[in-house]
Ligand binder design. Structure first.
Ligand code: ADE
Length: 242
């Protein structure tokens, strides 16, 4: 099985790269090669019995869609796990908490002038559903580790939100729990190509007036939290395969 592990920023996948280089998982990760393709870098590696392709897309929906497409169509990945950080939309989510997307939507997709609802274009879907099986595996990992994994709706847009009014509008309009800038783009690509996917985000800010400050302060820690969880999921995925 070939698995794509994807983030948007170097910080989000750095815990994996550190494992390749000098981390505790080094003995399992056998680094193969770094491949430059379509203006991005893809790290091919072996993790025990799994083939891994790791990459960060750069921020935003277009970059994320491009990278997800390349991982599937060019590198042959059969499953995609996204790891990264998000802003909390619900007050239930605090910095460091993990949220797994059950559904993803695009909060900045707007042709409402033509009578369509927010987040919808003809022949599209407002919400794209994540793989139930991967959500199931995530639940098992959370139980094993005693982690309170929240499941919820993630809203994606090409905007960093640091504004309570806009955040509340997104919460109200999409019933969203967290916001970020890539998840729904990955979801649309994987859904179209019939590839099971999972989007995990650790909260690093509350999308309010303090968001940029909090983001810089917590991005590294929250990225580590999310990456560790994804690594544990790899073990379970492998165990299921055996
Ligand atoms: N990713 C992390 N925090 C975010 C925010 N406040 N807005 C958009 N994407 C984010």
């Amino acid at each position: 099985m070939k698995i794509a592990i994807m983030g948007a920023m170097l910080e989000e996948v750095d815990p994996f790269l550190a494992s390749y280089e000098h981390g505790p998982l080094l003995k399992y990760f056998k680094k193969h090669s770094d491949v430059e393709y379509a203006d991005n870098l893809y790290h091919e590696a072996k993790y025990k019995d799994l083939d891994i392709v790791l990459s960060y897309s750069k921020i935003g929906k277009v970059n994320a869609a491009l990278t997800a497409s390349m991982m599937i169509e060019h590198f042959g990945c059969e499953m995609l796990l996204f790891t990264g950080v998000a802003g909390a939309v619900t007050s239930e989510l605090k910095i460091g908490d993990l949220v797994a997307a059950t559904q993803l939507c695009q909060h900045d997709l707007d042709i409402t002038d033509f009578g369509h609802p927010y987040g919808y274009v003809p022949k599209g879907k407002i919400y794209v559903e994540s793989s139930r099986e991967l959500l199931h595996i995530a639940k098992a990992v959370a139980n094993d580790k005693g982690i309170n994994l929240k499941k919820g709706i993630i809203a994606t847009g090409d905007q960093f939100i640091a504004d309570s009014e806009r955040k509340e509008w997104i919460a109200r309009t999409f019933d969203a729990d967290a916001i970020e800038m890539e998840g729904a783009a990955v979801a649309v690509v994987c859904d179209a190509l019939d590839i099971p996917f999972f989007v995990l985000r650790a909260i690093c800010d509350a999308a309010d007036i303090d968001a940029t400050f909090d983001f810089d302060k917590f991005v590294k820690h929250s990225s580590q939290v999310s990456s560790s969880f994804i690594m544990a999921m790899l073990e379970k995925i492998m165990a299921k395969q055996a």
